[in-house]
Design a protein around this ligand. Structure first.
Ligand SMILES: C[S@@+](CC[C@H](N)C(=O)[O-])C[C@H]1O[C@@H](n2cnc3c(N)ncnc32)[C@H](O)[C@@H]1O
Length: 404
């Protein structure tokens, strides 16, 4: 039986079920294994902890994108079942779009083009759009794909280089399109949104898509579609809930918590994964060293580093990072043994994360439902469903809103 899309009557009930689940199990998903030598929950669940710690890095990677299937000790299977049930969301009904000219796909990277096509094929508005508004449009590939001969297009973007090249593309295709340089977070953006616009946002980050929901509802737009991304890109230290239900919830979210739904690796290739593993293993090894050198048994964040840092010998990496973070200079160390400990910690971290990862989708859906409930409060009829395969983009949730 196909999974249901979430329709207006289901939104609040699902939100509350997710809210209860996330609140009840905060101790399992909040602490990041990367930051702890031992996680607080390991004392309560020693059998599960030692089972996860006995597995290899390869085993962790094989389970990463489907932690639900893992035959781990209790309470893992039960939590996996609940997380999966609460995250069930069907595909938004699609429509058969007429083929588009090949010229629209020139210069669009393959994966992005497939995401745009999928997004476009799942937009069903009762009223035919007259004027599309591509929000944080980049070069405006999505807007151009959607805009037919009798429709208009406005693209809002703040990067001048993207505007220039997007503008040239629209002109070449003879579209009635305007590419406007606009910081969508600035006050003057309010005037850019008019009620005849149908705003669309594909993968606009945290504050950027929230701003769209606020302005579109305030300025009387009757329909819009958003596929959110990067929930953790917010300017505040705590997540500011939008809907009454989320405002009433006891769940307080930090930007770190908001990063949980974004931690999948489905789209990374083997080389990128290898580089990321090395970076993490070396940082975890450095973490052991810095605890010893500072005499403080606490995680010390390290900044993102240029890739040439990871072609240095491991000992130089540690020396340079110690200097960068004002940690006392490491003296003579058993560098091979320390590096090996880093790799062992990486295997532990990645396996322990499998428990935390059960909560990725529930938290993402909680955030999406907060947006949906907010729009419902603003008088919209809201539908939620997926618009593409998880493998094409893990950010595959679509929110469609319409009001009379
Ligand atoms: C993740 S990209 C998505 C682009 C496009 N929608 C797509 O799917 O290819 C986010 C876009 O938002 C733009 N952006 C970031 N901050 C912005 C702001 N404050 N105002 C306007 N655009 C912004 C970036 O330059 C970038 O083009």
């Amino acid at each position: 039986m196909p999974e249901p899309i979430l329709t207006p009557g289901d939104l609040l009930a699902r939100f509350q079920a997710l809210d209860g689940f996330l609140l009840q199990h905060q101790a399992l998903w909040r602490p990041r294994p990367f930051h702890h030598l031992q996680l607080p929950w390991e004392v309560e669940l020693p059998e599960l902890a030692s089972w996860l710690r006995s597995r290899s890095l390869e085993q962790a990677e094989a389970s990463d994108n489907n932690p639900f299937a893992l035959a781990a000790p209790s309470p893992f299977p039960d939590l996996a079942h609940q997380a999966q049930t609460l995250s069930l969301l069907g595909e938004m009904p699609g429509m058969h779009s007429p083929p588009r000219t090949h010229a629209l796909s020139v210069d669009v990277p393959g994966r992005k083009l497939a995401q745009i096509q999928a997004f476009a094929n799942h937009l069903q508005f009762r009223k035919r759009p007259q004027h599309w508004l591509d929000w944080c449009s980049g070069k405006g590939h999505l807007g151009r794909w959607l805009t037919k001969a009798d429709q208009r297009l406005t693209c809002l973007e703040h990067d001048p280089a993207l505007i220039e090249s997007g503008s040239a593309m629209s002109k070449r295709l003879g579209l009635d399109a305007t590419h406007v340089q606009q910081d969508v977070l600035a006050d003057d953006c309010n005037a850019r949104l008019q009620k005849e616009h149908t705003p669309v946002a594909l993968h606009a980050c945290g504050d950027l898509h929230v701003r769209l929901l606020q302005l579109a509802s305030r300025n009387g737009c009757t329909q819009l579609a958003v596929a959110p991304c990067c929930y953790n890109r917010i300017a505040t230290l705590r997540y500011q809930p939008l809907s009454a239900a989320a405002q009433a919830s006891a769940l307080q979210l930090s930007p770190d918590d908001l990063g949980l739904p974004l931690s999948e690796t489905v789209t990374a290739g083997a080389r990128v994964r290898r580089q990321r593993n090395q970076s993490m293993a070396w940082r975890l090894a450095f973490d052991l060293l810095q605890r010893q050198l500072r005499g403080i048994d606490e995680y010390l964040p390290t900044p993102s580093l240029p890739s040439d840092w990871f072609s240095k010998p491991f000992a130089s990496f540690c020396h340079d990072l110690a200097e960068l973070r004002d940690v006392p200079t490491p003296g003579e160390q058993d560098w091979p043994a320390l590096e090996a400990q880093g790799w062992q910690r990486l295997a532990d971290v990645r396996n322990l994360e499998l428990l935390r990862n059960l909560f990725r989708r529930p938290l993402e859906l909680w955030l999406l439902l907060d947006r949906a409930l907010y729009l419902q409060e603003q008088g919209y009829n809201v539908k939620l469903g997926t618009f593409c395969d998880y493998q094409l983009s893990p950010r595959n949730l679509l929110l469609l809103a319409e009001r009379a």
